[in-house]
Design a protein around this ligand. Structure first.
Ligand code: ADP
Ligand code: MG
Length: 565
């Protein structure tokens, strides 16, 4: 039955399309990159499925991508002979956006007026297929899922609805035909039927795609006669498999862009090779900016797994711990089975070994950056510091290295953060603990009565205002053999001069002098506090409230409450 239906895009998809059709997005070229990337994914999947299921009716003899243009009709078609889609696939994959963070993206897009942040946001999010509507009047998609007989034809102008139809006959894979909007552009800068334009985009964005991207081009022979010949536009070189000194920065950056959809260049590039029992190549990137969904549960992460150049999976969590989820890159492992599952990966001893090496390498790269380029490290820390701190909770093996990466505010210098190492080097004679105070803001901490005595005695206090600080200081407890001591909790022995000077007798006398006041206060505040005592901590404030050593701090209490615990 050739059912023809007109269906509505899901609400969020509609909003996103609206933004594409009335494009706020300046770099329209990327629509082609998106189509090629989808085609490449479809070919990866076809290859993988044929290896997993040998009985599948799937021709893998010449997997490739073809670009076809019709200058008269003003169409551009990207065709692949990959996995294809069923009718249901088309409805769910093209008609809706299933990704988390869509609402967030749309909100940010509406708020941002400038073209650049929109570019970055769209880039990060990867609107993918919908990008075609920046340049298209209508888009037609014809597809057949490998192993199925019937095909599906889909067409839309991007305005709310699409038409979907079952067709008897369609070649294996998918072709997307973009009916281009008219352009009045003499330079052909935006003419996507222009061969040079297409070449340029493919080279820029898709050169390392592992499948041939072919196009028929007119050539003029020596005799002046023109003929058509099919050319492959991309080099297909897998960067990570090449020796480091043969890859230049621009190439690295292109791959990074492809993996991350991030428009800015990465902060650091890590290219490594593991030899021996378990061979692998890894090419990792540390981004310069945090993605908007860094703290979104279930957001896509950055490591792709390949096995001998065959794409296996995105978002390979087995290879990178959660606190390094911002690291993007490719790991190509040579000795894994192609149909390995995520569950098995998590338990695979060799994968765990690779992961340990990758983590060590990322941490040591950060440490080098911290030593050699304070400015860039500052950028890094601003974007990812909070996430790195999560490592203090999850990664006991690397606790020492992570502690050394911390960059913390302190009373020592209002403008310059400090490392724990630097703090320890500045510790006063006789100071045994590392003092810190957590709070919502620097000024709240600085103006808190707790800090007075420490300041008066010239002790440095770390000012920890990041919510996650509450958690790791509890967990870590020590750095370099010294206790991390909250100045807002329990009795802190300052060992100050006054205390040493006042004799036991004097202290007793003072307790007696104030005992009436203390018991009156204790009685009046019975519901609120456990104990009222004299303190030598304060210099100008008359009183302050201290938590018990094991109490939760106010911020932590708030955090747990917010998490519904
Ligand atoms: P993304 O590629 O980030 O998932 P897209 O909007 O580019 O998002 O594509 C949405 C989905 O549609 C893809 O994940 C894929 O499942 C499907 N799709 C798109 N193009 C193709 C294609 N050429 N062949 C097979 N499936 C495709
Ligand atoms: Mg895509």
């Amino acid at each position: 039955s050739n059912r023809i239906e007109t269906l509505e895009f899901q609400a969020e998809a509609r909003q996103l399309l609206q933004l594409m059709v009335h494009s706020i997005y300046s770099d329209k070229d990327v629509f082609l990159r998106e189509l090629i990337s989808n085609a490449s994914d479809a070919l990866d999947k076809a290859r993988l499925e044929s290896l997993v299921d040998g009985d599948l009716d799937l021709d893998t003899s010449d997997l490739h991508i073809a670009i076809e243009v019709d200058r008269e009709k003003r169409t551009l078609t990207v065709r692949d002979n990959g996995i294809g889609m069923s009718r249901d696939d088309v409805v769910s994959l093209i008609g809706t956006i299933a990704k988390s963070g869509t609402a967030e993206l749309l909100r940010k897009l509406r708020e941002s007026k400038e073209a650049t942040p929109a570019n970055e946001l769209i880039g990060q999010f990867g609107v993918g297929f919908y990008a075609t509507f920046m340049v298209a009047d209508t888009v037609t998609l014809l597809t057949r899922r490998a192993g199925q007989t019937g095909g599906t034809r889909w067409e839309s102008a991007g305005e709310g609805t699409y038409v979907i139809e079952t067709v008897d006959d369609a070649p294996q894979g998918t072709s997307v035909t973009v009916h281009l909007k008219p352009v009045d552009d003499e330079d052909h800068l935006f003419d996507y039927t222009d061969e040079r334009k297409i070449r340029e985009i493919v080279k820029r964005y898709s050169d390392f795609i592992a499948w041939p991207i072919r196009m028929a081009v007119e050539t003029t022979g020596e005799d002046g006669a023109t003929s058509t010949d099919v050319q492959t536009l991309n080099s297909m070189k897998a960067l990570w498999a090449r020796p480091r000194n043969e890859v230049d920065k621009v190439e690295y950056h292109e791959l990074y862009r492809h993996l991350s959809h991030d428009w800015t260049d990465p902060l650091e590039i890590i290219h490594m090779k593991g030899e021996g029992v378990f061979e692998y190549e890894a090419l990792l990137f540390l981004p310069a900016h945090a993605p908007f969904d860094l703290f979104t549960q279930g957001a896509r992460r950055g490591i792709q797994l390949y096995v001998k150049r065959v794409f296996i999976m995105d978002d390979c969590q087995a290879l990178m711990p959660n606190y390094l989820r911002f690291v993007k890159g490719v790991v190509d492992a040579h000795d894994l089975s192609l149909n390995i599952s995520r569950e098995i990966l998590q338990r695979d001893r060799q994968i765990q070994l690779v992961r340990r090496r990758l983590v060590k390498k990322v941490l040591s790269t950060l440490s080098t950056l911290q030593e050699n380029d304070a400015e860039r490290y500052r950028t890094f820390w601003k974007e990812f510091g909070s996430v790195i701190k999560e490592g203090l909770l999850d990664d006991a093996d690397n606790q020492e290295s992570i502690l050394d990466l911390l960059s913390l505010a302190s009373t020592h210098d209002a403008a310059e953060p400090t490392t724990l190492r630097q703090y320890v080097e500045r510790m006063k004679d006789g100071q045994s603990d590392i003092y810190y105070m957590t709070g919502e803001s620097r000024s709240l901490v600085e103006n808190s009565p707790h800090i007075e005595a420490f300041q008066a005695r010239g002790y440095e206090v770390l000012i920890l205002t990041d919510p996650v600080d509450e958690v790791w200081v509890e967990r870590v407890a020590r750095y370099d053999g010294r206790a991390l001591q909250s100045i807002a909790k329990g009795q802190v022995d300052l060992g100050g001069e006054e205390e040493e000077q006042s004799t036991d007798a004097e202290r007793e006398q003072r307790e007696q002098d104030f005992s009436a006041l203390l018991s009156w206060m204790a009685e009046s505040l019975r519901e609120e506090v456990r104990e009222v005592r004299l303190s030598t901590r304060l210099t100008t404030s008359p009183a302050c409230v201290v938590g018990d050593t094991h109490d939760m701090t106010p911020t932590l209490e708030k955090m747990y409450r917010a998490m519904g615990q």
